[in-house]
Design a protein around this ligand. Sequence first.
Ligand code: HQG
Length: 184
Amino acid sequence: MTSVSLTKTSKFLSLVLRHSPESIGLRLDPNGWADIEELIDRANAEGKPVTRALIDEVVRDNDKQRFAISADGLRIRANQGHSVDVDLALVPLPPPATLYHGTATRFAKSIRKLGLLKQNRQHVHLSADEGTAVKVGIRHGKPLLLRIRAGDMHAAGIVFFRSENGVWLTDAVAAEFIDWPERD
Ligand code: HQG
């Protein structure tokens, strides 16, 4: 499989499994699962050349392990990143003392004022390592790396989750828990 078709399939799966299943008439169950055969049929009907082999390869090789296939092999879901309302049945987990959030410098002023908000997604996304966070930030512009005092947040009663693919999730990050670089 070419990396182009894998990337295209990954982007398409992100779109229909996280944001707009209705764009191909697909239904997600309350936990975010879609029937794989139905997804393929509906995608093909919309002219998207998705096959089971492509899906399996994307799930297996995806750099961020964005998707999971159910134990019976029949269903697929995104591990995180949804804007549609799904219950991933995540279990609360104490976070490490420090987590990282990569954003863009153009959002700095607003973040200083309001803290981190989940915007269109179900959670604020945080990374366990700096490198991943910087990559997330670059998607939005000139990257800005913020250190989040997750241990202090947890001590204050704020709940954290970790997705199947290792992304840390929480509802919001108040400005007081954000440590800024010297210059931003
Ligand atoms: C920013 C990717 C202004 C926030 C990544 C971010 C991640 C504010 C943007 C996952 C703000 C939202 C999520 C405030 C937050 N004022 N801007 N008060 N609070 N923001 O894409 O975290 O590759 O929804 O900093 O790897 O960038 O798709 O969130 O810049 O894990 O699998 O608002 O998406 O995963 O952007 O990325 P996003 P994100 P995938």
